[in-house]
Design a protein. Structure first.
Length: 621
């Protein structure tokens, strides 16, 4: 290797060490390495920055908007609530989460699945008081494992299959070995006999080890015992899906940071509230809990604040905000109840909860006599903060984060757009487009619809239909993830341009020459797996494809098992957060360090690799 290759490897190692120590964030580490490589002349500027215009980066950004539309409208809550439920233990939680993800990722691109699940899993983590770190890494890994099962599980599978078919049809060596290319009907499932057992093995290992390997991570923030607790009353709507269900079945028994203090039915408070109490329409549920729990209750479909003042506010849901306000000693509200003070008329705001020291405030909201120092949780608009921030009526004013109300009325629109995206990704769109071209002749200029175009179209539809308004779409995009992916693509390109990747591949081929068939399979798997941790899985697979073919020819074996082992190894991006974009998507929200991926990823990779190598050797002997 030349100077450029060694310099590139040194930059990557330094970046990884900085990120592993926790002193450097993922986006800053990758971007810093890329800038150094540009300054050293290893990469031309246009190649180094090409990652920022790469389709995968644009697609991930569009998918954040798609997922944001599902969250903003409450559609994600409606879809995933019955799937995720309220598991009794960490293993049940992992099974509920990773099973559907793995099945979906066998037939869909991994990235949109993780993008759609990510905000819902974060919310689920808070609701169930489970550490997000125990859920997010398994979420990404389940998507990777599911991608091993079918041809369309990952774009890499499709690319390598096409390369293998081309090799069989055109290479003289393939003709001499009388190889037959898999038929189009067989191509979809040709990786399945090896990929399915390998994926199931990986899922089993993850299910067993994840709660132990990731147990050091702290629970979701915000649920502190010392946090101020509000008393809030919520009414069960007549059209709610929880009518006729028990309190426990409705998920209202064990809320993180809150408890059900009272149930009022027909104006009478029930003496004891059992988890088996069946909910009826118009029941009033009185909760005591921290502000995050009040926000969760306010977002729950089928529940609404018991005070009718909320419905009388003259503003749309998208304009509503939750604000905390402390009543000052000079406020005209002191020693008057909420109803007498004409709070809604005076402030254009509705009181939905009250906090007073460490005591529970009894009675209905309208009957509570306010005191100086009471903290009110108000539903109002942005103008309230501007109007009363410097007023002597309130001591402190602050907005509650992430408290925007879901637009449930647009949930159907958001789901329809996502279904359209899935259809564009899975149906034989090129055939349909060509048929349209034959129908319309030369006037039809569209030849194909790429995944990134499909994602952009559907993201724009989310914005245009206001399922995810433009202002919210900007906040839904995790820009640090996009920067990390774009910079990592540039660094991966530097490995190729500098010759470091070629040197690694050449060394692999030399090592294979002295090994038997199983040893050759193992070497192909190991090197591809290691490469996919530092460059994109597609790049690693394409780079190793000629090596795998050469190894098979050298040993006079069929190349098919080598190619299948190569595809599965390219999906084994379990050892580094930079091996695959879904790992990067969960890296920040899970507050992981690079070594966390090693802790869970090594046993999964070893077990998946062992199953893959043994099955390839047996099935293609």
């Amino acid at each position: 290797m030349g100077f450029d290759a060694w310099f590139t490897l040194a930059c990557i190692v330094l970046a990884l060490v900085g990120m592993a120590s926790g002193r450097v964030s993922a986006d800053l580490g990758m971007l810093g390495a890329l800038v150094v490589l540009m300054l050293a002349g290893v990469l031309p500027v246009y190649e180094a920055l090409a990652g920022f215009a790469h389709p995968s980066v644009i697609m991930v950004g569009a998918l954040f908007v798609l997922a944001g539309g599902l969250v903003e409208t409450g559609a994600m809550q409606m879809i995933l609530a019955p799937l995720l439920g309220r598991p009794r233990g960490p293993h049940t939680a992992l099974l509920r989460l990773t099973g559907p993800v793995a099945v979906l990722s066998a037939f869909m691109n991994n990235t949109p699945i993780v993008a759609a699940y990510l905000p819902a899993v974060m919310e689920w983590s808070r609701r169930t008081a489970r550490p997000a770190a125990q859920l997010l890494m398994p979420l990404s890994f389940a998507a990777l494992l599911g991608g091993m099962v079918t041809l369309i599980g990952t774009a890499t599978n499709v690319a390598i299959t096409e390369m293998y078919v081309s090799y069989v049809e055109h290479a003289p060596e393939a003709a001499a070995m009388q190889l037959e290319a898999p038929t189009p009907a067989r191509q979809f499932w040709w990786i399945t006999p090896v990929g399915l057992p390998a994926a199931m093995t990986g899922m089993l290992v993850m299910w067993f080890l994840a709660p132990r390997a990731l147990k050091e991570r702290s629970a979701a923030p915000g649920m502190r015992e010392e946090a101020r607790k509000y008393t809030v009353a919520m009414t069960v709507r007549a059209d709610s899906s929880i009518v006729g269900r028990t309190i426990e079945a409705a998920g209202l028994r064990h809320l993180p940071g809150a408890y059900l203090a009272e149930l009022e039915r027909n104006g009478v408070a029930l003496p004891a509230v059992s988890p088996r109490t069946v909910l009826e329409a118009n029941d009033v549920l009185v909760f005591v809990g921290v502000v995050e729990s009040v926000v969760d209750l306010r977002k729950t479909r089928g529940l609404e604040p018991a005070t009718d003042q909320v419905t009388k506010l003259n503003m749309e849901n998208r304009e509503r905000r939750l604000v905390e306000a402390v009543v000052s000693a000079r406020s005209p509200l002191v020693r008057r109840n909420v109803r007498e003070s004409r709070f809604r008329t005076r402030y254009d705001a509705a009181v939905i909860a009250v906090h007073r020291g460490g005591e529970r405030v009894p009675g209905k909201i309208g009957d509570i006599v306010l005191q100086a120092g009471d903290t009110l949780l108000l539903e109002t608009h942005d103008g309230f903060l501007t109007a009363y921030r410097n007023s002597d009526e309130f001591y402190l004013l602050s907005t509650v984060a992430d408290a925007d109300l879901p637009r449930f009325e647009r949930a159907g629109v958001a789901i329809t757009i996502v279904v359209l995206f899935v259809l564009l990704m899975t149906l034989p769109i090129p055939l349909i487009v060509r048929a349209m071209g034959n129908l319309f002749g030369d006037s039809w200029n569209i030849k194909d619809i790429s995944p990134v175009v499909a994602a952009l179209v559907c993201a724009l539809l989310m914005v245009a239909t206001r399922s995810c308004p433009a202002a919210r779409a900007k906040t839904r995009i995790d820009w640090t993830v996009l920067i990390t992916i774009a910079a990592a693509l540039g660094v991966g390109r530097a490995l190729t341009v500098s010759g470091a990747a070629d040197a690694i591949a050449s060394g692999t081929l030399q090592a294979i020459q002295g090994l038997g068939s199983i040893g050759g399979l193992a070497m192909i798997f190991v090197v591809t797996c290691l490469l996919t941790q530092v460059i994109t899985n597609a790049s690693a697979a394409v780079l190793m494809f000629p090596i795998a073919i050469a190894a098979a020819e050298h040993m006079q074996n069929s190349p098919e098992p080598y190619v299948i082992a190569l595809m599965i190894a390219a999906s084994c991006a379990f050892l580094s957060p930079f091996g695959y974009q879904t790992n990067l998507m969960v890296y920040g929200p899970g507050r992981y360090k690079p070594l966390d991926f090693m802790r869970l990823g090594v046993p999964i990779t070893v077990c998946v690799g062992a199953v893959t190598i043994v099955l390839c050797a047996l099935m293609y002997a």
